[in-house]
Design a protein around this ligand. Structure first.
Ligand SMILES: NC(=O)c1ccc[n+]([C@@H]2O[C@H](COP(=O)([O-])OP(=O)(O)OC[C@H]3O[C@@H](n4cnc5c(N)ncnc54)[C@H](OP(=O)(O)O)[C@@H]3O)[C@@H](O)[C@H]2O)c1
Length: 285
């Protein structure tokens, strides 16, 4: 793996599962790391288990809160970012609006990454840089509920999760159309044996998740492979920007995500939802 001594990556959700393996893999490849997660103690443990903790900076943030997300972006100590990986995510058994009034999986899986991207955009290297969303094959079941993205009318865990994963993918595809942008990707890590299905879902669903992933799931290290491969590839060797990937291979995403007009509409709708946090931080395209 090439050494990336002077390169810096910002990674969310580095305290468990796939994100922890991505953090380890990036560190071993020589990256400087800015790690964001909700539990500072766990983040510090991750940092001090790595061989060169001095190359790791940690920021505590609850990505369900847009105020905290904005604060974390503004606190990012790196002057320049070569890589952003939006990995933190969750699935929620109950409809639980955040303090900002957003449905929780929408906030965590899509709005926080969107807000971080907007606020950190000036720091991102537009020529050699890379942005990766940990999306999911669940996006194939997704729809955009344009009139009710918070699913206040009718909620189901998979409906909310699939919508948020589709939105992440559409975000990557939209950014890829900009003339001045890093290479943007959405990846499906596979079915990975992590605790994501147990953290906030209803009891019986958590049990199904555990049984199913123990039966068919791959390890978090295998789940991290696609993202690490993209991160450590030279810009010229990467697949086309805007690609959706699984196991290092480009896959056709859901038709809606291939519709440039829909991706642009989603981008502008999201900017209006996040307007209170984006004021005075307009993105130069
Ligand atoms: N596992 C799969 O089969 C699978 C399949 C497709 C896509 N994905 C996607 O892959 C990504 C990683 O999933 P995973 O399976 O590795 O899940 P995981 O083990 O639950 O890890 C999720 C990470 O996000 C952090 N996090 C959760 N809520 C947060 C919040 N409110 N604020 C800040 N950080 C928060 C978690 O912190 P804690 O350690 O404190 O919980 C953890 O570090 C997710 O985006 C998921 O949707 C996973």
């Amino acid at each position: 793996m090439p050494a990336n001594k002077s390169k810096t990556a910002l990674l969310t959700g580095a305290t468990s599962g796939i994100g922890l393996e991505i953090a380890r893999g990036l560190h071993l490849a020589g990256w400087n790391l800015v790690l964001l997660s909700r539990n500072f103690k766990k983040l510090e443990q991750v940092k001090h288990q790595l061989p060169q903790p001095e190359k790791v900076q940690c920021i505590e943030v609850d990505l369900c809160s847009m105020n905290q997300t904005k604060k974390a972006a503004l606190a990012c100590p790196a002057e320049k970012l070569d890589l952003i990986i939006h990995n933190a995510g969750g699935a929620f058994g109950r409809h639980q609006p955040t303090d900002d009034g957003f449905e929780r999986s929408l906030a965590l899986n899509y709005l926080a990454p969107f807000l971080l991207t907007e606020l950190l955009w000036p720091k991102l290297d537009k020529t050699q840089g890379c942005l990766i969303h940990l999306s999911s094959s669940a996006h194939y079941k997704g729809k955009i509920y344009w009139e009710d993205p918070n699913l206040n009318q009718s909620y189901f865990i998979l409906k909310a999760y699939s919508q948020s994963k589709l939105m992440q993918l559409m975000h990557a595809r939209h950014l890829a159309t900009w003339p001045q942008a890093p290479a943007c990707y959405a990846v499906h890590p596979g079915l990975v044996k992590t605790a994501i299905g147990n953290k906030h879902s209803l009891g019986y669903m958590g049990l199904i998740w555990t049984l199913f992933t123990n039966w068919r799931g791959i390890s978090p290290k295998e789940g991290a492979d696609n993202s690490l491969w993209l991160a450590n590839s030279a810009a010229a060797d990467r697949p086309p920007s805007g690609s959706y990937l699984h196991q290092r291979k480009v896959k056709p995403p859901l038709a809606l995500a291939q519709n440039e007009e829909a991706c642009t509409r989603l981008y502008h709708s999201t900017k209006s939802w996040l307007a209170p946090w984006l004021e005075k931080n307009e993105t130069p395209i």
